[in-house]
Design a protein around this ligand. Structure first.
Ligand code: MN
Length: 490
């Protein structure tokens, strides 16, 4: 029998990342899902099975392992056919069946008005999807559904686009999955805000046409400069910003494109951290950096693990160009985030990037649980060590220690907000500042600029060391001010 070319492609992709991978489970899942979905159709008129295959291919392209790819192939089987989870368990084992079960549950949230729905979906994600693999499959599923959204009726397009922007993208961001976040946002943007989308696409086209040749010349100058200064190995790529993040940035700058410098940036990839700083030094010797635009995310990674050096410079002819400098490992982390953890070396052992503390934590956790007995192991969200996930009204996610309060949340946003906090609204209800938050809460902080300093009582209930330190600092500062005023009067 001739092998289905889609299966051949899947197996080929898997072997690219996992040369030793056993493809049997993928082949079995492929045949099983194909039979289960036999005769079913998508709205596009294509056989239903094209969907799970596409989802599986997305996970394979991310370099994920056969367990996750098999689960992706099977992800709609319990929902769309008579096959049950316990049958999947018999056929494919507990691990794959559990992922499929999680994906099905997360997909079961019923739509009951936008607000309620968004809230429930967030809670579901946080509560049910404790296995990060569930989230990854769900995100690949969402990505393919967005790619084929044109076949859905208009009201469904709207809902799917909105929830993608409001829920999926912020969670992908929190998990450091930059590439999937960017793709989800750009696809959803088109349906959620069609006029704005067209405006941005037009701007982007124009900007790229006028900038492309220029950036090519900057790239040439930089290449010769880096080489002269002895940097041997490096790659420079032009990188166009994702449409939706460009749009948000434009909104922050009164829709003025001339104020958004990183529309097209140059990305420099060098072998080591030392080379990153060398490259930055060479750029700054050559071109003057803009004030306040040098960001060292290597020394201070973003909370989602993102690392790079950023700088924006004036070039010789007074144009503004942004550079991002990183190692290949940082690059993989930036694109795949938490999904990068399923890349294994030849022996099948786990190779985390030593620079990223939270990955080391993940690895430790994995070692304790799995004790190396399993090639494929389960990572859980609770490896974030009893963290809870709290949402801002705009849909950003902050992680805080368990039993955190609105005051912890306020200080996690900014110490200025913390110091001027007067009250808090949690899920649309005003609560005391000592209220215990739980995962999935949407928290809004009310501030008063005239508030002089934090309340010392807050120290009795805040949980995060950040909040504690900030409160103490503000109180000490305040006391100092008082003493100085007092002495002057004497
Ligand atoms: Mn699906």
């Amino acid at each position: 029998m001739v092998r289905d070319p889609r299966l051949t492609k899947l197996l080929k992709t898997v072997r690219l990342f996992h040369p030793q991978a056993d493809g049997d489970v993928i082949e079995l899942a492929f045949d099983f899902a194909q039979q289960a979905h036999a005769g079913q159709q998508r709205l596009s008129g294509e056989p239903y099975f094209t969907h799970p295959v596409a989802v599986a291919q997305i996970t394979a392209d991310m370099g994920l392992n056969p367990t996750i790819i098999a689960a992706a192939l099977l992800h709609d089987v319990p929902e769309e056919s008579a096959v049950t989870i316990s049958e999947l368990k018999k056929e494919f084992g507990v691990d794959i069946a559990t992922i499929v079960d999680g994906v099905t549950k997360v997909g079961k949230v019923k739509y009951r008005g936008v607000d309620r729905y968004v809230e429930n979906l967030r809670k579901m994600f946080v509560a049910m999807a404790t296995d990060i693999r569930v989230i990854i499959v769900r995100f690949a599923d969402r990505l393919h559904n967005l790619q084929t959204l044109e076949y859905q009726p208009a009201h469904k397009q709207q809902r799917i686009a909105r929830e993608s922007l409001e829920i999926y993208a912020p969670i992908a961001n929190r998990l450091g999955m930059g590439e999937i976040k960017g793709q989800i946002e750009d696809l959803a943007f088109r349906y959620a805000l069609p006029n704005e989308y067209r405006w941005v696409v037009g701007l982007m086209k124009h900007e790229r046409a006028t900038r492309e040749d220029y950036l090519e010349s900057v790239k040439e100058r930089l290449t010769s400069e880096l080489t002269t200064q002895g940097l041997e190995q490096f790659e420079i790529h032009g990188r166009a910003k994702h449409l939706y993040s460009f749009y948000l940035k434009l909104l922050d700058h009164e829709r003025d494109t001339s104020k958004v410098y990183d529309l097209v940036a140059l990305r420099i990839i060098v072998p080591s951290v030392a080379d990153c700083y060398r490259a930055l030094g060479i750029i700054h010797q050559h071109w003057v950096p803009l004030k306040g635009r040098i960001k060292d995310y290597i020394a201070r990674p973003k909370p989602n693990g993102y690392q790079s050096l950023h700088t924006t410079v004036f070039t010789d002819d007074k144009q503004v160009v942004e550079f991002q400098i990183r190692t290949p490992e940082m690059h993989q982390q930036a694109e795949l985030g938490v999904a990068a953890h399923w890349h294994y070396d030849e022996q099948g052992s786990f190779v985390p990037n030593k620079k990223l503390n939270w990955i080391i934590e993940l690895a430790k956790w994995q070692k304790e649980i799995a004790d190396n007995q399993e090639y494929l192991t389960k990572l859980k969200l609770d490896v974030f060590d009893k963290r809870i996930f709290i949402f801002t009204p705009r849909g950003d996610v902050l992680d805080l220690p368990e039993h955190a309060t609105p005051v912890d949340f306020a200080y996690a946003i900014h110490s200025d907000i913390g110091n001027h906090t007067t009250s808090a609204i949690v899920n649309d209800v005003i609560v005391p500042l000592s209220h215990l938050l739980s995962s999935g809460d949407v928290v809004e902080i009310i501030t008063d600029k005239n508030r002089k300093s934090p309340n010392p009582d807050w120290l009795t209930f805040v949980k995060s060391s950040n909040a504690k330190n900030r409160i103490r600092l503000a109180l000490r500062h305040d006391q100092q001010g008082f003493l100085n005023r007092f002495r002057k009067k004497q």
